[in-house]
Ligand binder design. Structure first.
Ligand code: BGC
Length: 334
């Protein structure tokens, strides 16, 4: 009888131990999952006006551990950022995990943000919004492309938050604001195509392209604006969508492709005039699904037509104003 009891007790103990182990494993998996999601948190500027922080998390002291480190005293080297000449010392490669990242950022859109202030805070950024880390050689040269029209207020905040983040990430980069001329229907994806071509005209060494909406700011600087082996979607957890994807296959907001990935899908579609759909079409280009499989061959970077009206190198970004035409009178999709 006592041997029987002993055996049962042993089995119960084993089962409890196993359960504990399982519990521990699940906890570890969840921890890393949440951690990864936090890196991808994005804050979208409120369309209702500048006087409101976007998400309670953005201003609550419990969720935001640190202010955005923007001042020159943030520990970043600030030497003039010229490419090394023949006599310049050869710098070591930039580390995969840049030191000096601060993690979660306090993002708010309430204080006034004059461009002079942003300029003062980013002395290492050269004319046109170009930057090269002074202490290491980055593996990629990144063109950040922003489709734009009449959003100067958003742009000031974007520059205020992104320049220090990109510098801390030790990126060699340039900022290109592609400004759609006139008042005809906006065409986000066509402007991104223009940005790709115009950035390359300016510097043929660009090999990574980050396409960002002007009102989207990462809430954690560990979300590295670099390209990978696959096209990347950076804005996978946005405050406006409750910090999750609105649907599987969502590719809007901020994405990144290297040069060959972009060319392999014939760039982005030119025929999405007005709000929505272009990001879904871009996603479909990777997966070659739906109608896009047929349209992407004829509609893309190979067929984009536009006229550059003005290139102006500002202290914090390059502004390219373009005439991209107007939508046809019938829907050309399909
Ligand atoms: C549109 C996308 C948009 C998404 C989220 C979809 O219906 O097609 O372009 O990004 O909604 O707002």
């Amino acid at each position: 009888m006592s041997r029987l009891l002993g055996g049962t007790l042993e089995r119960v103990c084993k089962a409890v131990l196993l359960l504990c182990l399982l519990h521990f494993l699940v906890a570890v998996i969840l921890y890393f999952d949440v951690y990864a999601q936090h890196l991808a948190f994005f804050s979208r500027f409120s369309a209702r006006g500048p006087s409101r922080a976007l998400h309670p998390a953005a201003s609550s002291s419990t969720n935001c551990s640190r202010p955005n480190a923007t001042a020159p005293s943030s520990g970043l080297p600030e030497a003039p950022s010229a490419r090394p000449g023949p006599t310049a010392p050869v710098l070591p490669p930039c580390p995969d995990s840049p030191p000096g990242l601060v993690g979660r950022l306090l993002i708010e859109f309430t204080s006034p943000m004059p461009l002079e202030r942003v300029q003062r805070e980013n002395p290492g950024v050269l004319l046109g919004g170009r930057y090269t880390p002074p202490d290491c050689t980055p593996a990629q040269t990144v063109a950040v492309i922003i489709p734009f029209r009449h959003r100067e207020h958003h742009l000031r905040y974007w520059l205020h938050y992104l320049h220090p983040i990109l510098r801390r990430q030790r990126l060699r980069y340039g900022i290109y604001v592609i400004n759609q001329h006139g008042e005809d229907t906006f065409n986000r994806a066509k402007l991104l195509n223009v940005g790709f071509l115009e950035a390359l005209k300016e510097d043929s060494t660009y090999n990574c392209f980050i396409f960002s909406d002007v009102d989207l700011v990462p809430m954690d600087d560990r979300n590295l604006y670099r390209c990978g082996d696959q096209p990347r979607h950076f804005a996978i957890a946005m405050d406006k969508f409750g910090f999750r994807l609105p649907y599987a296959g969502y590719f809007g907001g901020v994405s990144g492709l290297n040069k060959s990935q972009f060319l392999r899908i014939n760039g982005f579609p030119n025929e999405y005039w007005g709000w929505g759909g272009e990001d879904d079409d871009i996603f479909n280009r990777f997966t070659k699904i739906q109608n896009t499989k047929l349209t992407m061959k004829r509609d893309g970077i190979g067929s984009v037509r536009y006229q550059v009206l003005e290139v102006s190198r500002q202290p914090l970004f390059t502004n390219i104003t373009v005439d991209i035409g107007r939508p046809p009178s019938w829907p050309p999709r399909g």
